[in-house]
Design a protein around this ligand. Structure first.
Ligand code: C5P
Length: 195
């Protein structure tokens, strides 16, 4: 049975960094599921068709990390048929040996409810906005408004809203360095592996 780790949380909480680091540390596969929604939104046209026709090459566009691509992703992500079209790919990815780390919004609640470990990564709005502003070279106040708008839409949608699974371990990275946040996440994985 492959070892699946689900990492969810709001935008810029640190979940992507933690997911990548865990995957590297344990030799697991990693999928940034936000990219699937960003690529779907960026394709334009009918979002349901775009999601159904998504190919790996679509995830390699270099404009997917922008704030605009994040907003477009969050709009298409609220459409149930878009989410449905992306479920099988994510579940197949999660079944790879020796293990897989998936990060997103609904991994622990919908995509991989049987994951061996579920982490829900949070950070204060201000810390998240500052991180995203530094990453994109953008204005922190604009990033704060953008993140809040996106989180509100992601949390309020009817299908697979952003929320922690009942058995998720909460990790608040507001006051943690990247190294400390990663170390705590690795310790959680090791705890579960030790049984
Ligand atoms: O994680 P990232 O910021 O790249 O995600 C972009 C958007 O994609 C999110 O705001 C959310 O609307 C959507 N998303 C989702 N479910 C996931 C991953 C991302 O709805 N598992």
């Amino acid at each position: 049975m492959p070892f699946t780790i689900a990492i969810d949380g709001p935008a810029a909480s640190g979940k992507g960094t933690i997911a990548r680091a865990i995957a590297q540390h344990f030799g697991f596969h990693h999928l940034d599921t936000g990219l699937l929604y960003r690529a779907t939104g960026a394709k334009g046209g009918d979002p349901v068709e775009a999601a159904r026709a998504l190919r790996p090459i679509d995830m390699e566009r270099d404009d997917l990390r922008s704030a605009e691509a994040g907003q477009a992703a969050s709009r298409v992500a609220a459409i149930p048929e878009v989410r449905e079209a992306l479920v099988d790919f994510q579940r197949r990815f999660a079944m790879q040996e020796p293990g897989a780390v998936l990060d997103g919004r609904d991994i622990g609640t919908v995509i991989c409810p049987e994951a061996a470990l579920k982490l829900y990564v949070v950070a204060s709005d201000e810390v998240r906005a500052a991180r995203r502003a530094a990453e994109l070279g953008a204005d922190p106040a604009r990033m704060l408004a953008e993140l809040r708008e996106r989180d509100a839409r992601d949390s309020a949608r009817a299908t697979a809203p952003l929320r922690p699974a009942d058995d998720a371990v909460l990790l608040d990275t507001s006051a943690l360095s990247i190294e400390d946040a990663v170390a705590r996440a690795i310790a959680e994985v090791a705890r579960v592996q030790a049984g």
